[in-house]
Design a binder for this molecule. Sequence first.
Ligand code: IPE
Ligand code: IPE
Ligand code: MG
Length: 250
Amino acid sequence: MPQSPHPDTRKKATKPSPLPPPLKHVGIIMDGNGRWAKERGLPRIEGHRAGTRNIRPVVEAFARRGIPYLTLFAFSTENWSRPDWEIKGLMQVLGEAIDRETEEFHRHGVRLCHLGHLDKLAPALRDKVRQALELTKNNTGLSLSIAFNYGGRAEILDALRDIIRDHIPPEAVDEALISRYLYTSGQPDPDFIIRTGGDLRLSNFLLWQSAYSEIYCTPTYWPDFNEEEIERALENYRRRERRFGGRPSE
Ligand code: IPE
Ligand code: IPE
Ligand code: MG
């Protein structure tokens, strides 16, 4: 066999490139609606309206890529501290979005889930949400969780209360059991969390589940987060090396 003149170069060239990490669950912190509206001289509510109109194309884009779980952060437990008029507008926009999108999601086999508490919502809106969950509960396509009136700390607190209520002995409480008591029970932890709107924080999103999530933040406001932005985010994810506390690969 002839000797390679540059053995080192040859070795590098034949080294297989690492496989992209698997991607089952994407979480999105949909931020920046207010600033999107402000830049256009529109009321904040128009930003929220444009934001909810962006949900369907984004869901379709992830469904086309075969991602089985998508979680969207729409309203946090802390967002109740906003002025009444904005909260009212957000509730109205949520109702409009359910009316407009549910049938279409159902046709595409999307299973809708809700993370958080529905009790603070007006009864008519609560019923709308429940009907949408009921209609799509047996669908086997993409599982779409909407975190609305959701807080990561409230979720952990609820889990602890339920564990105590169920008289689980302390020695039986482990990480798997806590995961089963969370709102996300049965779902894989998010592999990838995207935040739009430029801030670099989780703002109480999936605190327990995000222990080893890869995080990506873009300055793009949520209503402008489009196909091209999705591809850019996924391209960034594909280059990540997930170590889960292990050694870096050679
Ligand atoms: C995200 O947009 C939607 C909610 C938090 C309800 P914002 O309303 O937070 O928009 P910005 O961050 O003020 O631009
Ligand atoms: C995070 O956005 C919550 C949602 C996108 C629903 P916020 O606008 O509420 O976050 P902070 O207040 O800037 O951390
Ligand atoms: Mg915000």
